[in-house]
Design a protein around this ligand. Structure first.
Ligand code: IFM
Length: 420
């Protein structure tokens, strides 16, 4: 059991320790991009308060901490020699975790691409995949003597869709289907980085995919086709190539221009585990307007989180057993994120019920034969929720964003007691 966070969402200190600008600095400082113009400039100030945050984890009693390394701290321009101050920060963090008996599980890319790389076309360019592998090597050179479990990318589907197709996240491009190369280049970066990590002693390398079980809104053929397309773009575009070395057939033509010989072998470098982020299932119907491929429908009759996301614990059981049935060679699975946003309250019974329900779903999946090795709550702290700024509170621990005071919620005590 662990907790999960991400660099830009909690660290702050964007101009300290030699850090270079990331696409999220640029995006969040562009008027109109984030709710209330919120930025990650200070966030939870974890960069300075990391010891307090590690103490909270120790009190909670978790065995693992999934955090992300900010690429712009390690390579301010996205290339070249690593910045020692940046590496030092994560070095101290890893030592601090070890001192508290907590396993470090770093994610190497959680969306904060160095702006200098975006200026050279970001993940639309194959070059970024090569740079990512180089960066992974630098981080593993420093941390690989203590870290053996690594995550390459976080939710490449969200980065592609929101960042490059729809423009609702950094870098804010609106390329629609022209964003497809971003999928391939991220996956290539994953495969290349996995090899760098292995060469440096990593024993558990995984990618974290955001997955959702997809259902058609009705039995009609048009709804079923729409659901198949959505499943293809959201789930299979990222799971198939890493687990089977092939893209879904209907996407092969669109991806062909950027695929080079040998790429799929690199992408399918065997995984030691698959990271899954699950939040909710998706109900899909046929498009209602021209130019669309599908229409996402509300799921009626279930509670919704503060974000408006439907709460369906059974969806996690369905997802896990579905993965096992689909992929013969499914490696062990970690739930690398699961959690909910709630109102700004300390007595968050809603979160307790959410976590309890989802842990029950994981237990049933294990009983049904899925090899689930771990579960990370999203998130330890309230944090910068991307385009939604500070409006969505996901933390077991409340953060007062004026004073930066941390206050454990009822869910923190519930989990602590359960873990004891
Ligand atoms: O906050 C995000 C996280 O960065 C990626 N997965 C989903 C979370 C909640 O939206």
């Amino acid at each position: 059991m662990g907790v999960s966070t991400a660099g830009y969402q909690i660290e702050g200190a964007v101009a300290e320790g030699g850090r270079g600008p990331s696409i999220w600095d640029t995006f969040s400082h562009t008027p109109g991009r984030t709710l209330n113009g919120d930025t990650g400039d200070v966030a939870c100030d974890h960069y300075h308060r990391w010891e307090e945050d590690l103490d909270l984890m120790a009190e909670l009693g978790v065995g693992a901490y999934r955090f992300s390394v900010a690429w712009p701290r390690i390579q301010p321009d996205g290339t070249g020699a690593p910045n020692p101050d940046g590496l030092d920060f994560y070095d101290r963090l890893v030592d601090g975790l070890a001192a508290r008996g907590i396993t470090a599980v770093p994610t190497l890319f959680h969306w904060d691409l160095p702006q200098a790389l975006e200026d050279r076309d970001g993940w639309l360019s194959r070059e970024t995949a090569l740079r990512f592998a180089e960066y992974a090597g630098h981080v593993a050179d420093r941390l690989g003597d203590r870290v053996t479990r690594w995550i390459t990318l976080n939710e490449p589907v969200v980065h592609m869709a929101q960042g490059y197709a729809w423009g609702t996240h950094a870098p804010g491009r609106t390329l629609n289907l022209e964003a497809l190369p971003v999928a391939h280049h991220q996956l290539l970066g994953h495969g290349l980085a996995a090899r760098q990590l292995r060469e440096r002693g990593a024993t558990e390398v995984m990618i974290t995919n955001n997955c959702t079980p997809v259902s058609p809104a009705s039995d009609s053929e048009v709804d079923q086709v729409a659901a198949m397309l959505y499943d293809g773009f959201h789930n299979r575009l990222f799971n198939d190539p890493v687990l089977t070395g092939k893209y879904p057939e209907f996407l092969e033509e669109g991806l062909a221009p950027v695929i080079q010989d040998g790429d799929l072998e690199i992408i399918a470098t065997p995984l030691d585990a698959l990271g899954i982020n699950y939040y909710n299932p998706t109900l899909v119907g046929a498009p209602t307007s021209e130019g669309e491929m599908f229409d996402l429908r509300p799921i009626e009759g279930v509670p919704t989180t503060a974000f408006g996301w439907p709460v369906v614990p059974e969806g996690l059981h369905e997802l896990l057993t579905g993965l096992k049935n689909t992929y013969e060679n499914l490696p062990p699975v970690y739930i690398t994120e699961n959690g909910c946003s709630t109102d700004d309250v300390l007595d968050d019974q809603f979160r307790i019920d959410y976590l309890d329900g989802h842990l029950g779903a994981v237990k049933r999946a294990i009983q049904d034969g899925v090899d689930v090795r771990g579960y990370f709550v999203w998130s330890l702290l309230d944090n910068f929720e991307w385009a939604e700024g500070y409006s969505q509170r996901f933390g077991l621990v409340r953060v007062d964003f004026k004073t930066l005071t941390r206050t454990p919620r009822a869910s923190f005590r519930w989990l602590r007691d359960a873990l004891r």
